[in-house]
Design a protein. Structure first.
Length: 407
């Protein structure tokens, strides 16, 4: 395992956090463009939602692929390639007017590019260079960077859409993503040969294929996948359709942008809290608590009067757990199998996350077309949250002090 000085460790963490801030901002603000795209192209909410749903899936499907490349050749090359794909896909979107065109630009190019600069690559690259006792905090801090991007960019993008038009806003967003290229410099170089093994890995370093096969036979790893599927369903549904829900309640578009920003703001606190608690509590308990709390929060929202403040309180409460599931999920993968192939193995859990994301974005559009609102999607959210809370409980996890002693 390669370790770093405290100063160098902070440099890696801040760099990874900044990259995720940009790529997640680009990904999590696409829902703000749904209505303008519909007005400009006339394709309909269901068709545009399907293109965005494909993007949710591709963001997840690209991460184990790019993670395997990063595990072998280093993360910097992957991040640079991702920046080119992300910027190109966003920049090309205003110039297409067909469903197939949106599938290529938003569904494949930009989503794959965002995946190349996302959680699995960034958390994997830093975890391989940090001592075990710093990894949970690092993953929480990096995750907070993505939430900060959502907090900052969602209102800015909405202001640009309102003042300069959606085309200018999307082109500006595309240009911003290119800043990840110079930020990739500290992550250059090949990963360390070995970064420690978890109890699911043999003492001698396995090949990538052998490690993946072992992981896919591990019940705890599969439970993580099941819970993360629900997380993706929740997030993609809200990112894509929260502006539509706000519009159904007769509120201005600025309410949805503010709500998305609040989700990002409160998830900064949630991510840092999750990273800190993961060093003291079993991570499966944190995951069960977060998923269970989502069911309660969504039920409370359904019962509340639909005012702007209802959306703001809802966003703040849900935001605390929004992507705070990432640090304990990545931490559990590292506990189970070590960090040598963390980018690949965590990337596979993110694939399950985004399969859920595909259904959350797509079914939300279908529900709106079929029923005229999102009521049944909210009910599905509650049921899946409760199921995810329960499915994390059987995960095998050593107590934090025992894991630290073993490391």
């Amino acid at each position: 395992m390669t370790t770093t000085t405290p100063r160098a460790a902070w440099g890696l963490i801040l760099t990874a956090s900044a990259i995720l801030m940009i790529t997640m901002a680009a990904r999590l603000t696409t829902g703000l463009f749904l209505s303008p795209l519909n007005t400009a192209t006339g394709l309909g909410v269901a068709s545009i939602s399907f293109a965005m749903a494909i993007g949710q899936f591709m963001w997840g499907a690209s991460q184990p692929i790019f993670g395997a490349v990063a595990d072998k050749y280093g993360a910097a090359r992957v991040i640079v390639l991702g920046a080119v794909l992300l910027a190109g896909g966003l920049a090309a979107t205003p110039f297409v007017s067909t469903e197939w065109g949106l599938l290529v630009t938003l569904g494949i190019l930009s989503a794959s590019g965002a995946g190349a600069g996302s959680f699995s690559i960034l958390i994997g690259a830093t975890a391989q260079r940090l001592p075990p006792e710093r990894r949970a905090f690092a993953s929480g801090f990096i995750n907070a960077g993505g939430s900060f991007g959502q907090f900052v960019f969602a209102p800015l993008v909405q202001v640009l859409i309102a003042t300069a038009g959606w085309i200018t806003a999307m082109l500006a967003l595309a240009a911003t993503t290119l800043f990840t290229i110079p930020l990739a410099w500290p992550l250059r170089g090949r990963p360390p040969a070995q970064s420690g093994a978890g109890h699911g890995a043999p003492s001698s370093e396995p090949t990538l294929g052998r490690q993946v096969r072992a992981a896919l036979r591990d019940r705890s790893y599969l439970c993580l996948h099941a819970g993360f599927f629900t997380c993706g369903f929740h997030i993609a549904f809200l990112v894509t359709h929260l502006p539509g829900e706000v519009a159904l309640c007769g509120l201005p578009a600025g309410v949805s942008a503010t709500a998305l920003g609040l989700i990002g703001l409160f998830n900064i606190a949630g991510s840092l809290t999750a990273g800190a608690l993961a060093q003291r509590w079993r991570m499966k308990w944190l995951l069960a608590l977060m998923y269970g709390s989502r069911a309660v929060i969504i039920a409370a929202y359904l019962l509340a009067p639909k005012s702007a403040w209802t959306f703001y309180v809802f966003a703040a409460a849900l935001g605390f757990t929004w992507l705070a599931t990432v640090p304990p999920t990545a931490g559990l993968v590292g506990k189970l199998f070590g960090t040598r192939y963390l980018a690949t193995l965590f990337g596979l859990t993110l694939l399950s996350h985004q399969i859920g994301g595909f259904f959350g974005a797509w079914l939300g559009g279908l529900a709106f077309v079929r029923f005229g609102d999102y009521t049944w999607m909210w009910y599905a959210d509650i049921a899946l949250a409760l199921a995810a809370s329960l499915v994390n409980l059987p995960i095998r996890e050593a107590k934090p002090h025992a894991a630290a002693a073993a490391a």
